[in-house]
Design a protein around this ligand. Sequence first.
Ligand SMILES: Cc1cc2nc3c(=O)[nH]c(=O)nc-3n(C[C@H](O)[C@H](O)[C@H](O)COP(=O)(O)OP(=O)(O)OC[C@H]3O[C@@H](n4cnc5c(N)ncnc54)[C@H](O)[C@@H]3O)c2cc1C
Length: 424
Amino acid sequence: MSLLTSGIPHSDDKFDAIVVGAGPSGCSCALYLANSGRKVLLLDKSSFPRAKVCGDAFSGKSIGIARELGILGEIPRLPHGIVRGLLMVAPNGKKVNVPFPNASGMEFAGYTVERQRVDYLFFQRAQNHKNITALQGFAVSGLERTPSGAVCGVSGTLTSNQGRKGMRFIAKVVVGADGAASTVGRLVVSKPHPKEHIYSAVRGYWSGISGLSGSIELYFIDGVLPGYLWIFPMANGMANVGLGILSSDLKGKHPVAILQEAVDRHPSIAPRFTNAKLEGKIGGWAIPNGSYKKANTGDGWVLVGDAASLVDPFSGEGVGNALSSGKYAALAINCALDGCKDGESLPSSALASYEASVARFLRKDMMNSYRLQRLSRHKFLLNLFIGKAADKPEVRQMLVDMLGSDKEKEKVVSPMFYLKLLLP
Ligand SMILES: Cc1cc2nc3c(=O)[nH]c(=O)nc-3n(C[C@H](O)[C@H](O)[C@H](O)COP(=O)(O)OP(=O)(O)OC[C@H]3O[C@@H](n4cnc5c(N)ncnc54)[C@H](O)[C@@H]3O)c2cc1C
């Protein structure tokens, strides 16, 4: 197993910040901090490139942060698909296909690209940064605390060719970027994430699906609402096919069985799979929705990305908010570090600007998406909206506007909008 990336750090080494988890949120936070001259220890229990279950859509906010970090230009060199449109299919089978607004500075909306590959780009950028010490194969299992209870470091186990070794590291702040099953989150926040705010999501890769285009496809089907089944065209004629269903709606069913049943029998979906082949296994993971609000800072700690429950509750997109929250946390930490003496942890009061940035730039949009998610539980509203969008250019335009602007989304979640739709 390869684990050593920048030399094994010593427990006495001094770091400004320890970032636990080197996915999008962790790499973003580490890179923005390092670019400000801060000394960062970046830890991950896996060795990169590591697999990551995802729909592989990379668009919206992800594009902006990847550009800022100098990574965007490298994505087209990976096998990728280009997203230009969105196909929505109502529970009654009615379809509407609309152009997806272009991402800023681009001539299309985004990419589909395997997460394993795109995460590796971010990780390599972090690993090569002179201010970041990156250590793979290190699983964090505990937090170090000051006598007053503030977090001041982590403990865990390094697994290498030489075996396993317990180690601890100290810093002024610990960033939990360790995903949906966050160990740091569990150690600092006592309440578990409620099931009605988590999607159980699964995906597999199929070849040979007929009728793939430049559109990503969302199927709103019975038994999955307010979640949906997706077909995302990828490079080389492959497609990422999956679904997300609220964990509270599972009621003993398994999401893999629901996906397989839809692929085999759903009237709008199964005919597309007549000559299709599942390549590899179907994988699953949890999606912690931003509809659940919790504290993401405390004395000496910050949570970002999935650990902070920042996934869009309607679309299930989390990479953009993971990268953005990493950036906002880094900006807040960087300012706070100026007033922090050696041997001290950052107090939660000094980290308030991170919570404020999440509220200002991410929370409002997530709450609109949450309203949209709750409306999507009602089949008749989806049939009405998608049916009207299919028939009326002005409703189709509203849908396009909604995809391009958070402000427009507010109109679509208002009851007046649906009343107007009912009018002939
Ligand atoms: C099926 C599915 C489909 C999805 N589709 C999309 C999509 O198409 N587009 C989109 O934008 N989002 C999608 N998402 C959401 C997206 O995957 C997440 O929001 C995103 O990965 C969050 O990034 P992160 O950096 O916070 O966490 P992660 O990407 O999960 O990274 C966490 C890292 O922490 C490490 N780690 C965990 N525990 C420890 C520990 N104890 N010690 C050290 N390291 C640890 C892990 O090894 C990992 O590398 C999907 C999610 C699922 C499950």
